[in-house]
Design a protein around this ligand. Structure first.
Ligand SMILES: [Zn+2]
Length: 360
């Protein structure tokens, strides 16, 4: 029997008569509503396959694949073409074989070593990654410097690496090469884990989406300014004579100035949003890269700290830098300051493996 009541009386009636609700119906309706909401949410803001967080996505996966495939050959050429260095290629192939099985998204993944003195590695949407011979050379030089510092007893400068006793116990070139190759592979794994994280999370796609959305908002703003001024000009046109013409001229001048100011402010806003987003993505790629790929593949996470220590030495962004200067540099940089990334890398290493100290 159905009971028809005014909403106001519904609660009183339920309290007094203890309505026996059919649990199955309630469950079924609730389940149906939850499934429906879940499906809608999955379409509007699907979960990221890697991080699990929800975000709006309007560019399909095939778009990432196409963009990546189109840009890949020209980027390889830009970074000196494919390298045929046997030793370095062997390291890249070993890291590739261990890291790529850990990825979450199905792309035609590829990692290429290019012959360039530029110290760089980058990821394109769709799982295409480039690493230069320059970054491997820089890592090898950095490691040799750390060996030397440890030997002299100054090895903890910046980032702890090996003890003086260990450095003094190496007596042959072969032994040195063995350690150097192993640590170099660990550092390469840290860099490639970071780049894989960028592509697997979809940072390139997200940046493109932000740019498209911001440009649409910018156009809407221009259109609204145009509409406001068009209305005012119509009103002025109705005032016949010199007064009307003078007003239209003034409005035209004002519109030009407002468009100019609006253009500058929106460009600054876009730059700030992209800058903030870029730094957020870098930290996320550091974290996910270490946890989901580098650690899972069995590499030593302390070597990620060595990579950031190397960049810190290279760019000179030491925490000993003057406070104001450091803050200014931090504000304008697209990448987070290296010593912060190094500290975070050591935190993750401690959390996952308990190791923070010397590797040797
Ligand atoms: Zn990055």
């Amino acid at each position: 029997m159905s009971i028809s009541l005014r909403p106001k009386d519904l609660y009183v009636h339920a309290r007094n008569n203890a309505i026996n609700l059919d649990d199955r119906n309630v469950c079924y309706t609730a389940k149906k509503a939850t499934t429906c909401c879940g499906k809608t949410l999955s379409v509007i803001a699907p979960r990221n396959e890697v991080t699990g967080s929800r975000s709006c996505r309007f560019l399909p996966k095939c778009f990432e694949k196409v963009i990546g495939s189109l840009m890949y050959p020209s980027l390889i050429n830009q970074f000196g073409g494919i390298s045929f260095d046997r030793d370095k290629s062997a390291i890249i192939n070993r890291v590739k074989a261990k890291l790529l099985p850990k990825v979450r998204r199905k792309f035609n993944w590829d990692i290429v070593l290019t012959e360039s003195s530029v110290v760089n590695a980058c990821a394109l949407p769709g799982g295409k990654i480039i690493i230069t011979t320059g970054i491997l050379d820089a890592m090898a030089k950095y490691l040799l410097l750390k060996y030397e510092e440890a030997y002299e007893g100054d090895g903890d400068k910046g980032c702890a690496y090996m003890t003086q006793n260990f450095a003094r116990s190496i007596h042959s070139q072969a032994e040195l090469k063995r350690f150097l190759t192993r640590d170099l592979e660990n550092m390469v794994a840290a860099v490639l884990g970071h780049e894989i994280a960028h592509a697997d999370i979809g940072h390139g796609r997200d940046a493109l989406q932000y740019t498209i959305l911001l440009q649409i908002l910018l156009l809407i703003g221009y259109f609204m300014i145009f509409l406001i001024f068009a209305g005012q000009k119509q009103k002025a046109a109705r005032e016949r004579g010199p007064n009307g013409a003078e007003r239209i001229n003034k409005l035209n001048g004002m519109q030009k100035i407002i468009n100019w100011v609006y253009g500058i402010f929106t460009q600054i806003a876009i730059k700030l949003v992209m800058l903030f987003n870029s730094r957020k993505n870098e930290y996320e790629a550091d974290k996910v890269g270490m946890r989901a790929y580098t650690h899972e593949a069995g590499y030593d996470l302390r070597c990620a700290a060595l990579v950031y220590d190397m960049f810190e030495r290279k760019s000179g962004d030491s925490h000993a830098m003057d406070g104001c200067l450091r803050k200014m540099k931090e504000c304008c940089a697209t990448h987070p300051i290296s010593h912060k990334r190094r500290a975070r890398a050591l935190e993750i290493s401690k959390e996952l493996t308990g190791h923070t100290g010397h590797i040797h």
